[in-house]
Structure formats: structure tokens, C-alpha cells
Design a binder for this molecule. Structure first.
Ligand code: SAM
Length: 171
């Protein structure tokens, strides 16, 4: 499985810079979450989130990104499971407190396929889960439509390039 990020990640660590503060802030005040980091790359989010005490399942089709992430996680003894997989093919064995898509969904160029990939992930969310998305501003209305069509989600944060949701509490 080749992808263009193999070449980018081969240039060195941290090629995408540090994590977005908006994303890190979404984890303040939470402890011991289980997080699915979809398209985790080199671990720009997975590594700091695991350092906060969360458990991260990190998937990405880039073998190089995942190998670097696994090496860095092992070196620090972090609780990260790093898996080479495209989201479309991934079959999780558990549900998660947070589904995180940090600039991953725009990598699926076809809009119908992009929306199908997000929809397929929604059953992987626990009843109290949150969804955190960073993506192209132009993609966000469509992605919001997928989540809102699922019915029981409320938007908790929206800013340029970001949209976050939480499950609505049961009535
Ligand atoms: C812009 S990078 C973001 C990486 C990481 N989330 C971050 O913020 O540093 C996009 C990532 O999506 C991954 N990707 C591309 N297609 C994917 C797919 N179908 N399923 C999961 N990840 C994918 C790429 O390999 C790449 O690591």
C-alpha cells in the first residue's frame, strides 16, 4: 500500500508541525479516554494525547508514518496501537470515546466516498462519544450533514476548518 505521505514522512519527524491547539484543547479536563485517530500520520496528535494518559488506536495507510509513530510510542512507553490501514477497510474490535479525523477526510477525494467513510465510522463511537474533525472548510458542510443525519449528535464547536460533535444525552 503506497501513499504520497510515505515520501513526506520519510523527510523526517514532525513534518506537519505541532498539533492544532483547538484539538488539544478538546481533551483538557478528560482522563483515560480511548481515541481512534483516523489518518494519524506520524502521530502529531496521537503522541501528545497518549502523553496525557489517553489510549490511542492510530490508523494510517502510510507504512512509514505508522512505523515512526510506533517507534516513538515504544520509546516513551505510550499506550498507542499503531495500525497500517485505510479507514475504509478498518474493522475495529471496540468502540471509542473520541473519533478523531485531523485533516484526513479530505484525502478521500471523491465526496460520496468521503461521506461513506465517515458514516461507516459512526457505529464505532460509544454512547457518550465525541467526534473531532479538522478538514478543508469547503468539506465541512457535507461532513456535518453525514453526522447530523445520524440523528443523535450535537455540534459543540465550529471554527474555520474545525467541527466537533458530542452525542446528545438520552432524553
Ligand atoms: C494531512 S495528513 C494528516 C495526518 C495527521 N492526522 C496529522 O494531523 O498530522 C493526512 C493523513 O491521512 C492519511 N490517509 C490518506 N488516505 C487515508 C485513508 N483512506 N484512511 C486513513 N488515512 C488516510 C495519510 O496517509 C496522511 O497520513
Amino acid at each position: 500500500m503506497k501513499n504520497k505521505y510515505d515520501k513526506i514522512y520519510a523527510e523526517g519527524r514532525d513534518v506537519l508541525g505541532t498539533a492544532f491547539p483547538e484539538i488539544m484543547a478538546a481533551f483538557e479536563g478528560y482522563e483515560s479516554l480511548t481515541i481512534l485517530d483516523v489518518g494519524a500520520g506520524q502521530g502529531r496528535d496521537a503522541l501528545p494525547l497518549a502523553r496525557m494518559g489517553h489510549r490511542v488506536v492510530a490508523i494510517d495507510p502510510s507504512r512509514i508514518g505508522i512505523a515512526q509513530l510506533a517507534e516513538d510510542a515504544n520509546a516513551e512507553g505510550l499506550d498507542i496501537t499503531a495500525i497500517v490501514a485505510r479507514v475504509e477497510e478498518f474493522k475495529p474490535t471496540e468502540q471509542f470515546d473520541v473519533l478523531l479525523f485531523d485533516r484526513t477526510l479530505h484525502m478521500i477525494l471523491d465526496e460520496t466516498e468521503r461521506h461513506a467513510a465517515l458514516k461507516q465510522c459512526l457505529p464505532w463511537a460509544k454512547p457518550t462519544a465525541r467526534i473531532i474533525i479538522a478538514d478543508e472548510k469547503s468539506n465541512l458542510p457535507g461532513l456535518r450533514g453525514v453526522i447530523e443525519a445520524d440523528g443523535d449528535w450535537e455540534m459543540t464547536f465550529a471554527a474555520k476548518g474545525f467541527v466537533f460533535y458530542s452525542r446528545k444525552p438520552p432524553l
